[in-house]
Design a protein around this ligand. Structure first.
Ligand code: NI
Length: 235
């Protein structure tokens, strides 16, 4: 979900609210109110799009727990079988005994994935190095058609020296995403080039414990500082 800018929308809404509060002629107030309604509608829609993946996740996790931040709900995560940067099969067992910090996305993502990955890297670099060393940061592509192992290897190196990229067959990626309650949808081509498309996807960073169970997740927009603080306490 790369193209939503809730902040800008809320600013517009605030501006509209200020205008609507100004004493003016009834006609103007009415059109002001209409504008406000319209803007409110846009904000609600943008917000709904922004959190659709999160709701998908939270809706499931909330059935038995009011907190989505603990592993007490129904299982999120679990076994996966993917393909590593060297083209070899990688499963969750390869990270046994380590924490995994997992983010699903795609390398052609215009801004959401780069932001999340760079925040994740910043947070890891901000905590005690001994704690950081317990964590394997992992980027899982939801766009295996374009994200080859070689391409992923180059991409992840821009963010963090220890970040690894995993991809796989369509089926493998689908199953891994399902396990983590990650929603994604390949968009229509934006030009004559069939490879020119965006991918809608959930933007959540998962922290999985050495036992393979979900420890917590970081919602999109969590600052690196807040992430580092929570990681420092959890690791
Ligand atoms: Ni993205």
């Amino acid at each position: 979900m790369a193209e939503d800018k809730p902040t800008d929308d809320s600013k517009e809404l605030n501006d509209a609210a200020v205008n609507g509060d100004q004493p003016s002629k009834p006609v103007k107030r009415k059109s002001g109110a209409r504008l406000l309604l319209l803007l409110a509608g846009i904000v609600v829609l943008a917000f709904a799009i922004a959190v659709v993946g999160y709701d998908y996740f939270a809706g499931t996790a909330n059935k038995s727990s009011t907190s989505t931040s603990t592993s007490s709900g129904p299982s999120v995560g679990g076994p996966f079988e993917l393909v590593g940067q060297d083209g070899k099969t990688v499963t969750e067992k390869d990270f046994d005994g380590k924490y995994m910090m997992i983010y699903f996305g795609y390398t052609y993502c215009p801004d959401v994935c780069p932001t999340a990955l760079s925040d994740m890297a910043t947070a890891l670099d901000a905590i005690d190095p001994e704690k950081a060393a317990k964590v394997q940061p992992i980027f899982i592509s939801v766009d295996p058609a374009r994200d080859t192992p070689e391409h992923l290897a180059e991409y992840v190196s821009f963010f963090h020296p220890r970040l690894i990229g995993l991809t796989g067959s369509e089926k493998q990626v689908k199953e891994a995403a399902r396990a983590y309650r990650v929603f994604y949808r390949i968009g229509e081509p934006q030009s004559d080039d069939p490879q020119d498309y965006l991918v809608d996807h959930t933007s959540i960073i998962y922290l999985v414990g050495p036992d393979g169970k979900l420890v917590t997740h970081f919602s999109h927009g969590t600052t690196p500082e807040a992430m580092a603080e929570r990681l420092g306490k959890l690791l």
